[in-house]
Design a protein around this ligand. Structure first.
Ligand SMILES: Nc1ncnc2c1ncn2[C@@H]1O[C@H](COP(=O)(O)OP(=O)(O)OP(=O)(O)O)[C@@H](O)[C@H]1O
Length: 244
């Protein structure tokens, strides 16, 4: 086999996050996510999943330790530079889609480019719109779409700037089982077809089982790293941790 160079999309080095009041939400977390990997982050409520995502994505800063996006230490940038790096190199997908209701589907998808002052790549936007199956809906408002369609708009928006990493926070949490599966199929395809790096926080073992790798958090630490995770194994592990 030919040797390939692996790029690292996201790195955390011994990240500690303590909130005012003394809660140690992250207790020394180190991880490295290779480009083109689909990573799921699981764990009981309060185990630190959202805090990990916020620190890794530059939405928040660690109390100590370092966070990198593609080798740039986002945790040491000031707020303005952090926002710039986030807009240029990070995509987000949220449980409640977070689309702007007054904008068309097309304008929602290209919003990150306008915020970053980046030129639109028409060919890539066309590819994305086709890939998420929204070509016939570009002039609709979000309220005219189903939940699954709205989440597909959010997926296209997250990828429009060709980010180093997409962070997805419970992306299927508001969807029924069939629509959730369609959104997961789409995320899986974007990883497989475009080499997109995806980090997904989820409570759902079936969703996490679509990832290449699952981290299971407990008490602010990574309790397990599971390659090619299987849903029954994840479900058992979560039950164990929740009852400990
Ligand atoms: N802004 C904050 N101020 C104080 N404590 C916080 C804050 N945000 C989170 N915490 C605490 O930090 C710990 C980790 O929270 P976090 O939201 O990262 O967990 P989580 O695994 O994402 O939980 P859930 O699955 O319920 O969303 C919890 O004890 C939580 O109460």
């Amino acid at each position: 086999m030919l040797a390939t160079t692996t790029r690292t999309a996201v790195t955390l080095e011994d990240v500690v996050k303590t909130y005012p009041g003394g809660v140690r939400a992250l207790d020394g977390v180190s991880l490295s996510v290779d480009a083109g990997t689909f990573l799921a982050v699981m764990g009981p409520s309060g185990s630190g999943k959202s805090t990990l995502m916020h620190c890794a994505a530059g939405l928040d800063t660690p109390t100590s330790g370092r966070a990198f996006i593609e080798g740039t230490e986002i945790s040491r940038l000031n707020e303005t530079k952090r926002t710039e790096l986030r807009r240029a190199r990070v995509g987000f997908i949220f449980q409640q889609y977070n689309l702007l209701p007054s904008l068309s589907v097309a304008d929602n998808i290209t919003l990150p480019l306008r915020l970053a002052g980046a030129a639109p790549d028409r060919e890539w936007i066309g590819t994305l719109v086709d890939r998420v199956g929204l070509a016939g809906r570009l002039h609709h408002r979000p309220s005219e779409l189903s939940g699954g369609q709205q989440q597909r708009v959010a997926v296209a928006r997250a990828l429009v700037s060709r980010p180093a990493v997409v962070f997805a926070d419970e992306p299927t949490g508001a969807l029924d089982i069939r629509t959730a599966r369609e959104v997961l199929d789409l995320l899986r395809a974007l990883v497989d077809e475009f080499g997109q790096t995806v980090v997904m926080v989820t409570h759902d073992p079936a969703a996490a089982a679509r990832a290449d790798l699952a981290l299971v958090m407990a008490d602010g630490r990574i309790a397990d790293t599971i390659v090619a995770p299987a849903a029954p194994h994840l479900a058992r592990r979560l039950t164990e941790l929740e009852t400990e």
